[in-house]
Design a protein around this ligand. Structure first.
Ligand SMILES: Cc1cc2nc3c(=O)[nH]c(=O)nc-3n(C[C@H](O)[C@H](O)[C@H](O)COP(=O)(O)O)c2cc1C
Length: 195
């Protein structure tokens, strides 16, 4: 193999979640977004189901997405739990991104592969997006808040009852260099069985 393993190790370790308030105004070139998606498509999937589905919002599309999620929140939230601040956040946060990728899992028609494995495959695809973004100096993060797990949100994306919406990948250029990450020691999460 002719990969620079040191560079790959450094890339993986320097991947950070960069949140919308850390984004600059600069827009990401479409060719970079296409490369993120191309690399996502090379994720593994059991039975080669390739269950990842992506919906890309940018430009006026961001406003469309913002209006949709704020509108849905207003429509289905009972008055006693409704928060105007949450409504405003849903309406304005998307506009701070260069692009938003809605992440979904398309359930296999036969349902032969366990659902959890289809979700795992999508997560592998999202990690490819994370790492590719890092390599291009693009910031972003996988957010699973807002309307992510609301059944009522699926229709907007044309998803069926057995498909799943898994969140939103917000993308933008970081204003500042992302900080160092922190992890507990891997040895605490691993057990070696050698004999
Ligand atoms: C499935 C998934 C869902 C996530 N959802 C959110 C979220 O809703 N809000 C958020 O701030 N971060 C979310 N994150 C990002 C984490 O906050 C982030 O990965 C964690 O803080 C570790 O930071 P790092 O990615 O920079 O290493 C999510 C990450 C994953 C994998």
């Amino acid at each position: 193999m002719d990969f620079n393993t040191e560079e790959i190790n450094r890339l993986i370790k320097s991947r950070r979640s960069v949140f919308v308030d850390q984004f600059s105004e600069q827009k990401i070139d479409k060719s970079i977004i296409q490369q993120l998606l191309e690399n996502a498509n090379w994720a593994p999937s059991h039975g080669k189901t390739e269950p990842w589905r992506f919906f890309i919002f940018t430009g006026e599309g961001l406003q469309k997405f913002a209006d949709f999620q704020a509108g849905l929140y207003k429509k289905i939230t009972p008055p006693e739990s409704y928060s105007e601040a949450k409504f405003t956040k849903l309406k304005t946060k998307p506009l701070k991104a260069s692009h938003i990728i809605a992440i979904a899992m398309a359930r296999q028609e036969s349902e032969k592969i366990p659902e959890i494995e289809e979700i795992e495959a999508v997560a592998c695809a999202v990690q490819n997006i994370y790492l590719t973004a890092t390599a291009y100096g693009v910031g972003g993060y996988w957010g699973s808040g807002g309307v992510t797990y609301w059944e009522e949100a699926k229709e907007f994306f044309g998803l069926g009852a057995k498909d799943k919406l898994l969140g939103f990948f917000y993308l933008g250029y970081p204003k500042d260099k992302p900080g160092e990450g922190k992890r507990g020691d891997i040895s605490e999460k691993v057990e070696w069985i050698e004999e």
